[in-house]
Design a binder for this molecule. Structure first.
Ligand code: NAP
Ligand code: MG
Length: 479
């Protein structure tokens, strides 16, 4: 007789996706072989090789930029905003229609749980295209003029492959620019499926070009002399290198970089909700989130109670097969990222912080890291200062609101923060004092295309989303 309490997985079928053995580059509306070698993309949950993907050379990037320039001059910048909008609406609708396919493919190539790719990533991707489609014929009300910049070179990371693509491509196209985009090496497949969607939408050739490859391909894009605008999301280290590479040119640049957000819990907060927010803040997407609430600041009087409840909740998190609809925490995106998480966690132990990991059976193959929390962390510890970019939470305590503000702002980053309290007045005063681009109150990790997102300090500059997101792709009101 089967035990009724035995776990019954509910895996999403992968039959809906058609992964080809090899992929070329998407240049001028077609898939081409390119002049370089190829690299493999793997499923991080199984280490299965999914496909061979072309590695774009400097010459390939040059072809892509030329195609984007031709499409810009001859077609896209001449088209009325209302016509451009029709294409963006069409793309948005196809993304919705093919949503399950996109979500399954994203989970296979990236390792994120299907409930997130299905219920968070893909719906926001579609919403982003719908939102910017609406702006295409209303740019004169943007406050930033109506003149596009030209060709945008865009480089994105692996943590939200399709979502970062949407954040980059939707506003660029709405404003009349054309693009050359490079997805991350470990997660190229949904960008290549998006290329097929551009074909399906009859987007004029060259308006969107997708070139796959590693760091060198990214470097070729950002340093190409005929690229007018560079948009980058990724690490602060590479962001600084890009800022140096384009200094002295007249390229416009936006950088969305790392973070080390404080999630601040006051003693009057509804603690069960706060615990859900802490879990969502750091374990959503395996903690591979630039705005993750990776530093928990908890008021001393409730610290023990919050930690008890948090550990109890963490013990219920289901870690495993990303395609299982019950999975809460999926696979770490790559062996390289797993090594970085392990290394910094070891540093945490060596520095004297106390480590606790949720008890869970990790699959034998693939890249996995159990949800982990460090207590007894001090400001000087590396795990309190550096981005771990994994499911690892550092906990610090505070006594007064001023101490919470001082600790929260004591970081080179400034992307996001969370405040948990019953008092509206305290939310407002904290939001004014926290140096972070986004402050969430009694919630965390909520995104909407109408709301601008971006950082202060080493978290980068420029905003994506909302009316503010148009500024990065227009010449300005006086142009
Ligand atoms: P990364 O190493 O900086 O890579 C980002 C992208 O840049 C990838 O496509 C990468 O190619 C490419 N690249 C690498 N070196 C380059 C160079 N010299 N010139 C041009 N492009 C280059 O970052 P990651 O490890 O993929 O992503 C994690 C980081 O992104 C975290 O620090 C996170 O906080 C940040 N992030 C920020 C935001 C935000 O909105 N602020 C959002 C998401 C992530 P390869 O794939 O081949 O390495
Ligand atoms: Mg992959």
């Amino acid at each position: 007789m089967t035990n009724i309490f035995e776990y019954a997985p509910a895996p999403e079928s992968r039959a809906i996706v058609d992964i080809k053995p090899s992929y070329g580059l998407f240049i001028n509306g077609e898939f081409v072989d390119g002049n370089g070698t190829s690299f493999k993309t793997v499923n991080p949950a199984t280490e299965e090789v999914l496909a061979e993907v072309a590695e774009a050379t400097d010459a390939d990037v040059d072809e892509a930029v030329k195609a984007a320039r031709r499409a810009y001059t001859r077609v896209w910048s001449r088209m009325s905003g209302a016509e451009r909008a029709k294409y963006l609406y069409r793309i948005a609708r196809i993304i919705q229609e093919r949503g399950r396919e996109l979500a399954v493919l994203e989970s296979i190539d990236n390792g994120k749980p299907i409930k997130e790719s299905r219920d968070v990533d893909v719906p926001i991707v579609a919403a982003h295209f719908f939102y910017y489609a609406g702006w295409a014929d209303k740019l004169k009300y943007s406050g930033y003029g109506e003149t596009p910049l030209g060709v945008a070179g865009q480089v994105i990371p692996w943590n939200f492959p399709l979502l970062m693509l949407a954040w980059k491509i939707a506003p660029a196209l709405a404003c009349g620019n054309t693009v050359v985009l490079k997805p991350a090496e470990t997660t190229p497949l949904t960008a290549l499926l998006f290329a097929e969607i551009c074909q399906q939408a009859d987007l004029p050739p060259g308006v969107v070009n997708i070139v796959t490859g590693a760091g060198d391909t990214g470097r070729a894009i950002v340093s190409h002399p005929d690229v007018d605008k560079v948009a980058f999301t990724g690490s602060t280290e590479v962001g600084k290198a890009i800022a140096r590479a384009v200094a002295g040119s007249d390229k416009k640049v936006t950088l969305e970089l790392g973070g080390k957000a404080a999630n601040i819990v006051f003693d009057d907060a509804p603690l069960d909700q706060a615990v859900e927010g802490i879990v969502n803040g750091i374990f959503f997407n395996q903690g591979h989130v630039c705005c993750a609430g990776s530093r928990l600041l908890v008021q001393e009087s409730v610290a023990d109670e919050v930690m008890d409840r948090l550990k109890r909740r963490m013990a219920t998190l289901r870690v495993g097969d990303p395609l299982d609809k019950n999975t809460d925490v999926g696979a770490i995106n790559s062996a390289e990222q797993l090594a970085k998480i392990r290394e910094l966690s070891q540093v945490g132990e060596d520095e004297g912080a106390e480590r606790w990991s949720a008890p869970c059976d990790l699959p034998a193959n693939g890249y996995w890291f159990a949800p982990t929390v460090f207590t007894g962390v001090s400001q000087a510890h590396r795990i309190a200062r550096e981005e771990i970019f994994g499911p690892v939470l550092s906990v610090l305590t505070f006594r007064t609101p001023s101490e919470a503000v001082e600790k929260a702002n004591n970081t080179p980053f400034g992307l996001s923060a969370g405040v948990w309290t019953d008092k509206g007045s305290r939310i407002l005063s904290m939001a004014n004092r926290l140096r972070a681009g986004v402050v969430w109150a009694n919630t965390f990790n909520k995104f909407d295309p109408t709301s601008p997102f971006g950082g202060y300090k080493e978290s980068g500059y420029g905003r994506e989303g909302g009316r503010h997101g148009l500024e990065a792709y227009l010449k300005g009101a006086d142009a």
